[in-house]
Design a protein around this ligand. Structure first.
Ligand SMILES: [Fe+2]
Length: 154
């Protein structure tokens, strides 16, 4: 049976995923607007600032999943999902490195002409899509692991 602690953990992770999703969607909207308007300076600056915040929130979120037992929770309820959980955790390094790289690029180039930003927009859109897909897979894994646990109990 799913205990209170596990339910609290799942709810906390889902809530963090929702918040992250909101941040990413906001960035995607800004990105579209910036592309449509030819990258006006203030918008480029805004994207850079929001990306910095995403980097901080993401680093904390990943650390909580790694230390707070995302893997252990999934394994405790359905050990067969262990390899999938390990794989998802292993993606954190690459995803965070990618966001960090984009933050640095945005910082270095935020006063440069739009040629840079056209390339940057594609890279950022791709990174945001990857991030959303990653978090959706984590949600699905938690859901499957805890549903499997509930099935065993019934
Ligand atoms: Fe996550």
């Amino acid at each position: 049976m799913i205990g209170q602690e596990s339910k609290a953990f799942i709810d906390a992770m889902k809530s963090e995923h929702r918040d992250l999703g909101d941040m990413v969607h906001r960035l995607e909207l800004l990105l579209k607007e910036a592309v449509g308007r030819g990258w006006p300076g203030p918008l480029a600056e805004d994207i850079w600032v929001r990306l910095q915040k995403l980097e901080r929130v993401l680093a904390d979120h990943f650390a909580r999943e790694e230390q707070g037992g995302f893997l252990e929770e999934a394994l405790a309820h359905a050990p067969r999902f262990g390899p999938q959980a390990e794989h998802l955790l292993s993606e954190h390094v690459t995803l965070l490195a990618c966001v960090r790289y984009l933050v640095r690029e945005a910082e270095l180039n935020r006063h440069t002409p739009s040629a840079f930003w056209q390339v940057f927009a594609d890279a950022l859109a791709g990174a945001l899509r990857q991030l959303l897909a990653h978090e959706a897979q984590e949600n699905a894994l938690l859901q499957k692991a805890f549903n499997a646990d509930a099935d065993i109990v019934q």
